[in-house]
Design a protein around this ligand. Structure first.
Ligand code: GDG
Length: 504
């Protein structure tokens, strides 16, 4: 099987247990299944140009090639274009976007530089899988360097409606860059609809008969491929039930990077409203919110942190007692192996993003429940996960009263209903596991590029037929010989690829 070259912003150290961030978690699962090389930023900043990096073999996990950023690249590419333009716009926060001159140049520059560094490491039969919004132009940069390998892209965050995407001054450059991939994978069907709407109505793209999209003189597949979790990492732990909690206390859990897209202030307000409307739960319910900080130097992240400190202080001050603090707010990362027991001891999983590509925490919460006595998932309609997890209590996080009532519904739900909802949710989560996601993406990528080659073969044959019809004598002989040579060099790799991935 060919090697998969994974490209992502951060190359996380899998030997460290306490790591937050859905992209690293999803990639960790691909690395378990495939022979891989992992390429990206090592998290360091340097002031001097560095010698070309070498492959480093890790004791556990895949070999990696990592590259540092300069301070200016970190400022303008990472904090700037990626996290102050693309992240807020794609999450519907145009008010937070900073369209500063120079951000896009830095973003394009890092993609060019990283592509140049990766190119010498590539083998002819590698399959390249690029992750997330930091690297949209990566395939285009590789193609400019002559790389013809199959290249796929997966966007972990939502693709916005066309009207928001059009607000990005460089929307056309981004769309052109997306067309350089063989496959673009998105989290949901709604994301696919948004992308097709933009491509068809704003850059003249067309859907061709096999379902792929022709845009900017290239053909690309656009598919919804919902990311999943490694279910077995969460099920089967000791049923610690409520032992860790004081008797009779109902725990509600939230685990979210401290990000304005996660709807944390709305969650705290809804819990306050719940205590207000259902006073019988005062002294008996606690919201445990784990919120490891991220991107702290971006102003908007600082603001949401301040807001949460004020809200938790005010709710704890208003309702708390000497022996009961309503909101247990932990602003740091907890080790991964502790998460499933926190999920399992929680009667309710409360997930309230205002917009989220998927939300793996929703799936982890469900997978951790004891099937005999499961808790209830309350899930925002704006998380990608809500497209398939119909048996959760689906809420609008902006509607504080509705969320407060949903907490009450979950708290009073009978065992039979909890079990039946949990069984159905588990079936979906198991079907859409991380391993299934990785397999589906790679198989679609290899089919998609095989279809391209098949189309190339078709056009060579068409040329040969036309030559035969048009030309006579030695001219036709020379032309036919040339077509035959080109066709042969195309046919061999295509045949090899089709053997690896038959087109059904
Ligand atoms: C992006 C998209 C999409 C969280 N806190 C701790 C911790 N985590 C782990 C969780 C989970 C992951 O981080 C978070 O994943 P999410 O999916 O919830 O969110 P994002 O980080 O925003 O991820 C998202 C995802 O990519 C995958 O495609 O679903 O929409 O935004 O696995 O458990 N892990 C540890 N300690 C913590 O304190 N160890």
């Amino acid at each position: 099987m060919s090697r998969v070259v994974i490209v992502s912003n951060r190359v996380a150290d899998l030997e460290k247990t306490a790591q937050a961030g859905g992209v690293a978690v999803a990639i960790a699962d691909i690395l378990k299944q495939q022979s891989c090389l992992w390429f990206g930023w090592n998290g360091k900043l340097v002031s001097e140009p560095q010698p070309p990096p070498r492959i480093v073999k890790r004791r556990r996990g895949a070999p990696v090639v990592t590259v540092p950023l300069s301070a200016a690249e970190h400022e303008d590419y990472y904090l700037g274009y990626a996290n102050s333009v693309l992240w807020p716009v794609f999450h519907g926060r145009l008010d937070l976007a900073k369209f500063e001159a120079g951000y896009f140049r830095a973003y394009a520059g890092v993609n060019t530089r990283f592509a140049q560094i990766l190119k010498p490491q590539l083998r002819p039969d590698d399959v390249i899988w690029v992750h997330d919004y930091h690297f949209i132009p990566f395939a285009l940069e590789l193609r400019k360097l002559g790389v013809e390998n199959p290249i796929g892209f997966f966007l972990h965050i939502p693709f916005p409606p066309a009207q928001w995407f059009l607000a990005v001054p460089e929307h056309k450059e981004l769309a052109r860059a997306l067309a350089a991939y063989d496959l673009v994978g998105l989290q949901t069907k709604a994301d696919v609809r948004n992308m097709l709407d933009y491509l068809q109505n704003h850059v003249n793209a067309r859907i061709i008969p096999d379902g792929r999209v022709r845009a900017f003189d290239r053909i690309v597949s656009i598919e919804s491929l919902p990311v999943g979790i490694s279910v077995e990492d969460f099920v089967g732990t000791e049923p610690r039930a409520q032992r860790e909690l004081e008797a009779g206390m109902m725990q509600i859990v939230g685990v979210d990077r401290l990000d304005y897209s996660k709807g944390l202030p709305q969650k705290f307000r809804a819990f306050g409203q719940f205590l207000d409307t259902f006073p019988e739960y005062r002294g008996r319910a606690v919201l445990t919110q784990i919120a490891p900080p991220s991107r702290e130097t971006v102003d908007a992240y600082h603001d949401v942190r301040k807001q949460l400190e004020e809200l938790s202080g005010s709710i704890n001050g208003r309702y708390g007692e000497l022996d009961w603090v309503p909101i247990h707010y932990i602003r740091r990362s907890v080790p991964r192996k502790r998460l499933s027991s926190v999920y399992r001891t929680s009667r309710i999983g409360l997930i309230t993003p205002l917009r989220d590509g998927m939300n793996l925490v929703a799936k982890e919460y469900v997978a951790s429940q004891s099937p005999a006595d499961p808790g209830v998932l309350i899930l925002s309609q704006f998380a990608g996960a809500a497209e398939d997890l119909h048996q959760a209590l689906i809420i609008n996080p902006y509607n504080i009263e509705e969320t407060a009532k949903a907490i009450h519904t979950a708290a009073t739900m009978g065992l039979e209903e909890r079990r039946s909802r949990h069984d159905a949710l588990m079936a979906t989560i198991t079907r859409q596991s991380a391993a299934a996601w990785g397999r589906a993406f790679l198989s679609k990528l290899s089919r998609s590029s095989a279809m391209d080659d098949a189309m190339d073969m078709y056009s060579y044959h068409a040329r040969a037929r036309k030559l035969r019809a048009d030309a006579v004598g030695p001219q036709a002989e020379t032309g036919l010989a040339q077509v035959a040579r080109e066709t042969k060099s195309k046919v061999r790799p295509v045949a090899a690829k089709c053997v690896r991935s038959p087109i059904s």
